[in-house]
Write a protein that binds this ligand. Sequence first.
Ligand code: D54
Ligand code: ZN
Length: 279
Amino acid sequence: MNKFESRYAQSPKEVKQMDTATLRENFLIENIFEANEVNLTLSHFDRYIVGGAMPVDGKLDLPNPSDLKANYFLERRELGIICVGGKAIVTADGQKFELDYKEALYIGRGTKAVSFESVDKNQPAKLYINSAPAHKAYPAKKVSKAEAEIVEMGSPETANHRIINKLLVNSVLQTCQLQMGMTELKSGSVWNTMPAHTHDRRMEAYFYFEVPKGQSICHFMGEPQETRHVWMQNNEAVISPNWSIHAGAGTSNYTFIWGMAGENLDYGDMDHCAITELR
Ligand SMILES: O=C[C@H](O)[C@@H](O)CC(=O)C(=O)O
Ligand SMILES: [Zn+2]
């Protein structure tokens, strides 16, 4: 059975009081990929949806959760997909897109039927999904690294050398408020998003993958002067409120997908935190 979970938004005051289990219940998203299921979590932060589809035996349809009170999922929403498993076929109102590993697809508001299929059931597709409310219909478009805006950040000396692939962003295609991309850490580098930042005008979600077996990610969240950590495993996601930092250190290098929505489409609209001021 497909899973759908709705989560409240939390304030800094509440989060300060949370123990490990409560923090994890509120922010960590586990079990994103289950064979033949589409699992979705709706956050009340910007009504952002985070989830995954894992088609193995035949086609899987994007469901229409009753909580959305919509005639179909994308009636008032837009969708971003990044393939993190075997090759997939995504069909959007009859239009077929083949997605290879690490390729992204945008599907606009008003698309009535979306389905997912694996090309080879022995190498099942894993489709990471983000969705935000949308006011306008923009055309569906596939974006691979070749079309992405690519930025190199950090250095080996500070263990944060990484490549930011901006995939579904407004310099590449039109979206309403959704922005998604993928950051790949170089061997020997473990820190993402350090120096850390907040962006009060957008919430964000991080999804970690390519975490080697036996290794983990320590994800940091909270107000810059009141941080908490969430230990995360491969293929798990975490919600970052607009007031929270979102950064992580792995026990190895890894890759992650970031997705965000809110007030603007300005990637650079961030408030940076001095490393020495974090608490
Ligand atoms: O608001 C932007 C996002 O947090 C990420 O794009 C940051 C990131 O991938 C990184 O620095 O490694
Ligand atoms: Zn951010």
